[in-house]
Design a binder for this molecule. Structure first.
Ligand SMILES: NC(=O)C1=CN([C@@H]2O[C@H](COP(=O)(O)OP(=O)(O)OC[C@H]3O[C@@H](n4cnc5c(N)ncnc54)[C@H](OP(=O)(O)O)[C@@H]3O)[C@@H](O)[C@H]2O)C=CC1
Ligand SMILES: CC(=O)N[C@@H](CCC(=O)OP(=O)(O)O)C(=O)O
Length: 342
């Protein structure tokens, strides 16, 4: 028998992607699936692409319905995981795709999320220095946000190698699935199609403190981040353009070597060959972050362009990668690096 996994929020985008991956993962047996207002519906009515699970019926999201599993994945709105996780046993691996347990600083949490801080769990980004050791055997995982995943992977090597100064600027375009399934006028097809629009401008997006937290830890001192998200007319994917002041004396060859060395052995981060630039289409449905680097010599800035699928490496794939590590399975088990194209 496999490792028994429940998915809370199975009717949503993150829950659907968790199930798509879990259904093809040799280690797992899929147990209870839950939802909110859609409890009682068949999964096939809400996630018609998940054919093999179409007749499964969604139950209510309670500690009782989620009991009796080895792993519980939470793909619920922010704020819902904290109270629920407190009622799940310490012997169960709880993997939260929401934000509740990502931040270490309670003041940052309260400022950006406007509610009391639930706590801090081991952060599910295995590529961070020392993080695989933190995740091995853990019973709690906070899955990173999608923008922090791509931005952190883009800039960690530069800080780890001491070639980056402060003054980080990140502008990232996301597909609309990043906003979840909730109906909002700004997400109507007629609003989104044919336009790219900025939102959360001016340092107010809640992923800013998470990116600062990750990069400051690697830099060994506080870094400043100006982060601007934009919405692009596509369903999935994030393309992040990340720039930062280069330390004096850095050369283009030296920059490339830093990134080649940093990611040579990472199964899910690829530095593309010179001259090839990442696009979201190149990694759709794959658990891979694609990177390219350049040195803008006139501006004295390092430029890193990075692409992920927000639902795969940016949520569900990343969650299962960290879960594999926590359970002592091979890190790559059940995770594909093959994208869907065109
Ligand atoms: N989309 C993305 O790219 C990413 C999402 N995440 C995180 O994953 C989580 C889920 O996001 P996403 O899938 O996009 O959101 P969706 O809106 O698509 O799905 C939300 C899910 O939560 C359920 N739900 C809503 N309210 C309640 C409630 N009060 N009690 C129980 N269940 C409830 C919904 O059920 P019902 O259908 O019945 O309403 C649905 O299954 C969020 O915390 C998000 O931040 C993280 C990284 C990226
Ligand atoms: C396009 C879009 O709206 N994206 C979402 C980010 C989704 C995500 O990864 O973040 P959380 O897990 O923190 O919700 C946003 O900007 O709020």
């Amino acid at each position: 028998m496999g490792i028994r996994a429940a998915v809370a929020g199975a009717s949503g985008y993150a829950g659907g992607e968790l199930l798509r991956i879990l259904a093809g993962h040799p280690g797992f047996e899929i147990g209870t699936l839950t939802a909110g207002s859609n409890a009682g519906s068949a999964l096939g009515a809400l996630q018609p692409h998940l054919r093999s699970l179409a007749t499964r019926v969604l139950t209510e999201t309670t500690p009782e319905t989620l009991a009796g599993h080895d792993v519980v994945f939470l793909a619920l709105p922010h704020g819902a995981s904290g109270p629920l996780a407190a009622q799940l046993g310490d012997d169960v691996l709880v993997v939260d795709c929401g934000a509740d347990f990502r931040l270490r600083d309670a003041a940052d949490w309260e400022h950006f999320y406007g509610s009391p801080h639930a706590g801090t769990w081991p952060y599910g980004l295995p590529e961070l220095p020392g993080q695989r050791e933190v995740l091995a055997g853990t019973k709690r995982i906070a899955v990173p946000g999608c923008y922090p995943t791509v931005s952190t992977l883009a800039l960690v090597p530069a800080y780890a190698a001491g070639i980056a100064g402060n003054d980080i600027v990140i502008v990232a375009a996301s597909g609309t699935s990043g906003a979840g399934k909730a109906a909002k006028v700004s997400l109507l097809g007629s609003e989104v199609m044919g336009a790219v629009s900025a939102y959360g401008v001016g340092g107010v997006h809640r992923h800013t403190p998470e990116i600062v937290q990750n990069l400051s830890a690697v830099a060994g001192e506080p870094v400043t981040v100006s982060f601007t998200p934009t919405l692009a007319p596509m369903s999935r994917g994030i393309l992040a353009t990340c720039t930062v002041k280069a330390e004096p004396g850095l050369t283009a060859d030296g920059l490339r070597r830093v990134y080649e060395d940093a990611y040579a052995d990472e199964p899910f981060v690829d530095l593309l060959p010179e001259g090839q630039w990442p696009s979201t289409a190149m990694t759709l449905g794959a658990n891979t972050a694609l990177l390219q680097v350049a040195l803008d010599e006139r501006a004295g800035r390092i430029v890193v362009v990075a692409a992920i699928d927000n639902l795969t490496k940016g949520t569900a794939g990343g969650a299962i990668q960290s879960t594999n590590i926590a359970l002592g399975l091979a890190e790559e088990l059940g995770l594909s690096t093959l994208a869907v194209a065109p």
